[in-house]
Design a protein around this ligand. Structure first.
Ligand SMILES: Nc1ncnc2c1ncn2[C@@H]1O[C@H](COP(=O)(O)OP(=O)(O)O)[C@@H](O)[C@H]1O
Ligand SMILES: [Mg+2]
Length: 440
């Protein structure tokens, strides 16, 4: 009998749709090939938060069944991307001595220094660290070191980026996915997944901000020298534009959504008195293109000039030669790139998944960047377990089973690292354990 293929599955918990991306792993090359995408409308999730567990569970099951029927295989384990508001990024530094005379940096040293940097973080009650991301290492005063393992020196420093989320948000996500009959094999912040899904290496190295415009949320991630410097979620998205249109023009939500997708934000549109007709409650209403565009622009101005701009400032990254990369469903709004470029005075491009060519037609556009990015996230973590360290997950009963997951059986990690580095995450795990206990 032929062996079951080795599957990597990403579950993207969006506010508009739940997407399931299935990839097959080639254990020899360490590469993954996307073999199917499933989806279902997202119910029970508002502004990125689960508000109705039953509905959200059913949506997840429907999306997984859709993916299973597409690939003809059963799915039992998923890595989940979720938004969750109130995410904070905290930057800390750690330093260790390697001894009196210079020697090579070992895995134990890397664990030790990460632990040292983590001990500087005061995690608020009921919150926990989801991701621990080493931003850069410095060896004997030489900064910008990507990976210090086996390098020689006497003093090692690290700058660590930690993503802190409310423990209840994680707990609800894990409960919901477990109730849908799936094992959670990993969690990733949606803005991190979408940027890995749509950015080129050059852009990430140069300095760039990815703005993922979804239904109820907008994810912002700022990259510099290939590393994420800030990840955040703004609880405003395309649904707000739709609601604005529905309220101002007094039309049903479904009509407002279609109207939003039909107009262009080009400068000409603002001068256009051309009429658009909308059928509503048995009547034909007529609006000028300018009227519609003004409502959309009002919300976009608030989102970009105030909320997104603020996130860019907070990142501390002043040089962004890569400009802004827009992705997510709303990025398909005609003329949005030029509009945002004028607002923020930066180059802007719209990007879909880097792996679009390997995804099914119709399921490979901007809305699928975050889903496709989950597969890239899983692969990056396997290649270099120290790149995006993820704290282990709480289980439903509130008792946590924490393991530092480093690499998968059958896949050799790129740098041959075998050791887990469990010590490095001990502080994080203790913090999560404590905050999960506080919840129950
Ligand atoms: N062509 C389009 N023009 C404008 N908005 C669009 C278009 N296509 C989808 N959208 C909007 O994008 C949002 C959904 O984006 P998506 O990334 O799928 O959301 P999520 O990740 O939150 O599930 C909705 O508000 C939808 O109306
Ligand atoms: Mg999206």
């Amino acid at each position: 009998m032929k062996d079951e293929p080795d599957l990597l599955v990403g579950l993207d918990l969006g506010t508009t749709k739940i997407a399931v991306i299935v990839a097959e792993m080639d254990t020899h090359s360490g590469e993954a090939q996307i073999i199917g995408v499933g989806e279902a409308p997202s119910m029970g999730i508002r502004k990125g938060m689960i508000v109705n567990l039953e509905q959200a569970t059913r949506s997840i099951q429907a999306a997984v069944e859709d993916a299973e029927s597409m690939v003809g295989l059963g799915i039992d384990k998923v890595t989940v991307a979720f938004s969750g508001a109130e995410t904070t990024s905290v930057r800390t530094k750690g330093m260790i001595s390697l001894g009196r005379s210079a020697r090579q940096v070992t895995l134990e040293d890397v664990d030790r220094i990460i632990e040292a940097a983590q001990s500087e973080i005061a995690v608020p009650v009921n919150r926990c660290i989801l991701h621990t991301i080493p931003v850069e290492y410095t060896l004997d005063g030489h900064s910008g070191i990507d990976d210090p393992l086996d390098m020689t020196g006497v003093r090692l420093e690290v700058e660590l980026q930690s993503i802190i989320v409310p423990s209840a948000v994680i707990q609800n996500v894990v409960n919901c996915v477990s109730k849908a009959g799936l094992e959670v094999s990993g969690l990733v912040m949606k803005p991190l997944a979408s940027s890995l899904g749509c950015l080129s290496n050059e852009e990430a190295m140069a300095g760039v901000a990815v703005v993922d415009l979804g239904g109820g949320t907008t994810g912002v991630s700022v990259f510099s020298e290939g590393r994420p410097r800030r990840l955040s979620v703004i609880p405003v998205g395309g649904d707000h534009i739709t609601n604005d249109l529905a309220c101002v023009l007094r039309i049903p939500i479904s009509r407002a959504d279609a109207l939003k997708k039909s107009v262009s934000l080009s400068p000409d549109s603002l001068g256009q008195n051309e009429k658009i007709e909308v059928e509503s409650m048995g009547k034909t209403l007529s609006f000028s293109v300018r009227e519609v565009v003004e409502v959309i622009a009002c919300r976009l101005d608030e989102l970009f000039s105030s909320l997104v701009e603020n996130e860019l400032k907070e990142s501390g990254i002043s040089m962004m030669p890569g400009g802004i990369v827009l992705t997510g469903g709303v990025s398909r709004l005609s003329g949005l790139d030029a509009y945002v470029s004028r607002l923020l005075d930066l180059p802007v491009r719209v990007a879909g998944p880097v792996d679009a060519g390997r995804m099914p037609p119709g399921m490979n556009s901007e809305e699928y960047s975050s889903g496709a990015g989950i597969i890239r996230y899983i692969l990056e973590k396997e290649r270099n377990p120290y790149r995006y360290m993820e704290s282990d997950l709480p289980t439903e009963g509130g008792t946590s089973s924490f393991r530092a997951r480093r690499g998968r059986v059958g896949v050799s990690s790129g740098n041959g690292r075998k050791k887990a580095g469990d010590g490095a995450l001990k502080t994080v795990m203790d913090n999560i354990r404590k905050s999960v206990k506080d919840l129950f």
